[in-house]
Ligand binder design. Structure first.
Ligand code: SAT
Ligand code: MN
Length: 596
């Protein structure tokens, strides 16, 4: 190591990787931290950083008898969700980022953010956080290093990834690692940028402390950069949960499912089958991201690149997600939930009575009946996957799990049926491409408006959306055993605004049908949109539903489809000449079937 390296990165740098050392040196010269700390991921380090975070008021200890190892973090009130309008893909050519991403010229972005990073860590500590996305040593696993001035980020990365020495060991002398630089700056919403440089495998994030903006392994590397690498290298990086469902005979079927943020991926991935499903078991491989590549046997194998869950808290209770409740009982970081008088956490939709008095997510006194929410609608838990009672034994398998079914689901109060199966892969890609969903609190902006969200990747695709859809179509050439593709919508309502389907654990009934279809165990009924269950194939015994419930939830309403087709057209027009031919043909076929 040269003496300049030693001076800048500290004498105790636990690596001889020259690329890593010189990059850390350059970043440190720019940001000018007082100290550089290399994170090893040890228990002692966790203890030390947690104590320091408590001392600095970044973490508030919760009642350690009720929630051992749990802490509360209150973010800046203007920094509570992903900021899509400040998220950029910085490719040399604007067209490579495509019409659905914000674009900035890479040189301009480096210069602009360079000015913000300049001296931004003065008086602060720069933490060097090496991490692995994926099981250590696996063929799909990627290494990243995040430089950050936030203890909160370090402690979250420690839960969400395989962080520290093992990741550094896996990297060795290689220059193949993602370079992530993050500074919270002064958390000024006007000076906040999340910039991705796919060509340089680099991410610069400035001015935010919110998870999706700053835990750089997650949306930035595992999805935006990941999807770019996936296209180059012939695999898929997707916004999907992965679960294994085991039937009473012991056969396990693995399913990957894409839903937009805050639409129930975590609930579905941790589902407990209802009592009538004795002998069935659902196990979680992942709750948010899937990396899928073709295995030697021609099947599509998925890994979860993450090691923890960054889940939405409100609405979580022992009915909607008992496994999540168990998962967050210990060693969990809560962000922006409310606090009870005895130092426990509270949120809208938690079990039990609403407490008379709380401290709300901003630290203000809150009284029962107050019209404002006590917990922020996008409040989150960060919990290790090992806390999950339903964790799949395959969650750490470097080879991943073979996927037999892919599900696309949006939040739609009308139009889209409860469930349908695509006629084939190309039709399935069309179903994914034409996904729409009502917006949620996971991103800043208006909630509840339908937006096109192809494969739930709109905010996460790191290149041109048209090329992305073409990549999906092309994948069928290399997968010899194609997963079957399905579409679901748990959120359809009747004309009085009542949900047509109970959701949560009862989704097992739909999942069983999907598994039966995968294994060719039940015939179906063909409709204009795809194959749907025949009357009786999805059992509704024990549910408070009329006999025609499934028929209504899968019905096709001509007027709704008129506006749906129009909205899809606007989306495809945006893709211009990059809208894949095969999908345009699917669109024509659908229009002629519907006669609109
Ligand atoms: O906030 S995150 O981007 O990490 C989660 C999500 O919105 O899906
Ligand atoms: Mn997500």
């Amino acid at each position: 190591m040269s003496s300049t390296h030693q001076a800048a990165v500290g004498h105790d740098a636990p690596t001889k990787n020259a690329d890593l050392l010189s990059w850390v040196t350059r970043c440190a010269r720019m940001t000018q931290p007082d100290r550089i700390v290399w994170c090893d991921g040890s228990e002692a380090e966790k203890k030390r950083l947690t104590e320091q975070a408590v001392k600095e008021g970044i973490l508030i200890p919760l009642n350690q008898e009720k929630r051992p190892g749990c802490y509360l973090h209150r973010s800046n009130p203007n920094d509570v969700a992903r900021v899509e309008h400040l998220t950029f893909i910085c490719t040399p050519n604007k067209t490579d980022a495509g019409p659905t991403n914000n674009w900035m010229d890479p040189e301009q972005a480096y210069t602009k953010l360079g000015l913000l990073f300049d001296g931004s860590m003065k008086g602060r500590t720069l933490y060097v956080v090496p991490y692995a996305m994926g099981p250590l040593g696996g063929p799909s696993t990627k290494i990243g290093v995040e430089l950050t001035d936030s203890i909160y980020v370090v402690l979250n990365m420690r839960i969400m990834t395989r962080m520290g020495k093992p990741a550094l060991d896996m990297l060795g002398d290689s220059e193949d690692f993602n370079r992530g630089l993050h500074s919270t700056g002064d958390v000024n919403p006007d000076r906040r940028y999340i910039c991705h440089f796919p060509q340089d495998n680099t991410i610069w994030s400035f001015g935010s402390g919110y998870g999706g903006n700053v835990l750089l392994g997650k949306k930035c590397l595992a999805l935006r950069i990941g999807s770019y690498l996936g296209r180059e290298e012939g695999w898929l990086a997707e916004h999907m949960l992965i679960l294994g469902v085991t039937d009473p005979k012991g056969q396990t079927t693995y399913v990957a499912a894409a839903f937009p943020s805050a639409c129930g991926k975590t609930n579905f991935a941790m589902m407990i089958p209802p009592k009538s499903y004795q002998g069935w078991k659902v196990e979680t491989v992942g709750d948010d991201i899937a990396w899928m590549r073709v295995g030697p046997d021609g099947r599509l194998y998925a890994i979860n690149p993450e090691a923890g869950y960054f889940g939405v808290v409100p609405g979580t209770n022992t009915k909607t997600n008992p496994n999540a409740m168990a998962t967050i009982a210990k060693d969990t970081l809560f962000t922006n939930v409310a606090m009870t008088a005895d130092g426990d956490v509270w949120w809208e939709g938690k079990d039990g009575e609403v407490p008379e008095e709380l401290v709300d997510w901003q630290g203000r006194p809150w009284k029962k009946g107050c019209p404002e929410k006590a917990a922020h609608p996008n409040s989150r838990f960060t919990a290790p996957m090992t806390n999950n009672p339903a964790l799949s034994p395959k969650a750490n398998d470097p080879q991943g799990v073979p996927i037999s079914a892919i599900i696309f689901g949006g939040r739609r109060s009308n139009t889209v049926p409860l469930v349908l199966q695509a006629f084939n892969w190309t039709h399935g890609v069309f179903l994914g491409a034409t996904m729409g969903s009502e917006t949620t609190a996971a991103a800043t902006g208006k909630v509840g408006v339908v937006r096109r969200d192809p494969m739930a990747m709109l905010p996460f695709c790191g290149y041109h959306m048209g090329d992305y859809l073409q990549h999906w179509l092309d994948m069928q050439k290399s997968i010899t055993h194609l997963p079957k593709i399905f579409q679901v919508n748990w959120f359809r309502q009747d004309k009085n605004g009542k949900y047509l389907w109970p959701g949560y654990g009862e989704n097992m009934r739909v999942l069983e049908w999907i598994v039966n279809r995968v294994h060719g165990r039940v015939p179906t009924q063909e409709t204009l949109l795809g194959w749907v269950p025949r009357q009786g194939d999805i059992p509704i015994q024990g549910l408070d539903l009329p006999p025609e419930a499934i028929a209504e939830a899968t019905s096709i309403k001509a007027d709704e489809w008129k506006s749906e087709l129009k909205s899809q057209e606007v989306f495809f027009e945006q893709l211009g000449t990059k809208a894949p031919e095969a999908l345009m043909l699917q669109r024509k076929l659908l229009i002629s079937r519907l006669g609109s």
